[in-house]
Design a protein around this ligand. Structure first.
Ligand code: EPS
Length: 388
């Protein structure tokens, strides 16, 4: 019985570990463990990160679901250990009583009725994204098996942004450029400006956010569904991306710019080129991709394009106006060790949560207990779709 792909995480920032359980993977799927760990290492990087990343070496330890590197059809369990494990030592995790504007501190203390923000911030911390990156990187092995590639990068921040031409043909060069960049931005000129911007924020004891973008290349048409609102893949992607700590907006394709144009300048014309019938588009070509690969909540054979906006980190070295719990007197917000910018890391998180959602939609359409059945369903579908 094929179960829907889903996952859950547990763990606090300074607890013993972060864990993830991934349910619904078919059997006989080879998991690229080296890539899972490479993604975890990438998540720890990027210019502007704080001292925590020098303490940790994030590695996924698989506790269940695999035999000799392949799934057996059972839930996959993994653990990423925290070296900075001090949650039970009150001297090393003192009470936080001056909530930071923008963080979960105030809302969490009011929700859980605790005059110490520590409990909420331990779970709200973006450290949890290590577990989400690992879960996405595991599920991504499904996409690898069908030649579907996922590419995430930093598009920019403030007044510096790039618009790379992402296509199957340009992907390798863009990947190399992104991996050579300190802020995971494939445009060298913008990379330098972003480094300057983050440096300036640091000097001013301030923080900076930015925009991340993810492209999924090689997706067959028909992933997601227009039949039920919660099966629409654009809706699922928005949910997943908005669920990343500090994300405040999600766009698909042209996104909010759609509101500024007439229909003829938004919708992507449809043409047919028999010579490209073996491509993901099955020959249906679109000279533009304003839809971001999704129409009616379903993939249309063009690359999926998702953009997310990350707000600046809410822990400012210089603080922000706040109030002391108990006395209710004005006070500058508390400072906790943090990052000046985590936008590069966020692009890795976004890449992997998007990969997870696409893998989920893929397995919904081509469901099977084993990879052999999934492949059979995929091949049969493509053969049928080519007759349309
Ligand atoms: C993070 C770990 C955290 C923070 C950051 C991201 O570690 P620590 O709190 O021990 O320094 O650096 O978390 C936040 C930005 C936040 O608001 O909590 C990580 O591993 O990504």
């Amino acid at each position: 019985m094929a179960r829907p792909l889903r996952y859950q995480t547990a763990g606090e920032s300074h607890g013993p570990a972060l864990v993830a359980i991934i349910d619904g993977l078919p059997s006989d799927l080879e998991i690229d463990v080296a890539r899972v760990n490479a993604e975890l290492a990438r998540r720890q990087g990027g210019y502007g990160r704080g001292a925590r990343q020098k303490i940790e070496t994030d590695i996924a330890e698989f506790l269940g679901g695999l035999r000799q590197g392949k799934t057996i059809g059972s839930p996959v369990a993994l653990r990423v250990a925290n070296k900075d494990n001090r949650i039970d030592d009150p001297t090393k995790t003192p009470a936080v009583t001056r909530p930071r504007p923008g963080h979960a501190d105030l809302a969490g203390s009011l929700k859980y009725l605790v005059p110490d923000c520590r409990g909420t911030l331990e779970r709200a911390s973006a450290r949890e994204t290590a577990a989400r990156v690992a879960a996405g990187a595991v599920a991504r092995s499904v996409l690898d098996a069908f030649g579907i590639r996922v590419f995430g990068f930093v598009r920019g921040a403030c007044d510096a942004w790039c618009s790379p031409d992402v296509r199957a043909e340009t992907l390798d060069a863009l990947l190399a450029a992104r991996d050579a960049s300190e802020v995971y931005c494939p445009d060298a000129a913008i990379d330098a400006r972003l480094v300057d911007l983050i440096h300036r924020a640091k000097t001013e004891k301030d923080t900076v956010g930015g925009w991340c973008e993810v492209h999924v290349v090689g997706c067959p048409p028909g992933l997601g569904s227009c039949m039920n609102w919660d099966d629409r893949l654009d809706a699922r992607l928005a949910f997943a991306v908005m669920g990343i700590q500090a994300f405040k907006a999600v766009e698909i394709g042209l996104g909010r710019e759609c509101g500024a144009r007439f229909g003829s300048a938004v919708h992507d014309p449809i043409t047919y080129d028999a010579g490209r019938a073996s491509m993901a588009s099955l020959g249906y070509e679109r000279p533009t991709n304003n839809a971001g690969g999704l129409e009616g909540g379903m993939t249309n054979g063009m690359p999926i394009i998702v953009r997310g906006t990350m707000k600046p980190i809410s822990t400012l070295l210089r603080g922000m106006p706040s109030v002391e719990f108990g006395s209710h007197e004005p006070a500058q917000s508390a400072y906790e060790r943090s990052d000046v910018s985590a936008v590069a890391a966020a692009s890795v998180v976004m890449e992997n949560v998007v990969a997870f959602e696409v893998a989920r939609a893929f397995l919904d359409k081509f469901a099977g207990d084993s990879m052999r059945e999934v492949r059979g369903a995929y091949d049969a579908y493509l053969a049928a779709a080519r007759t349309i």
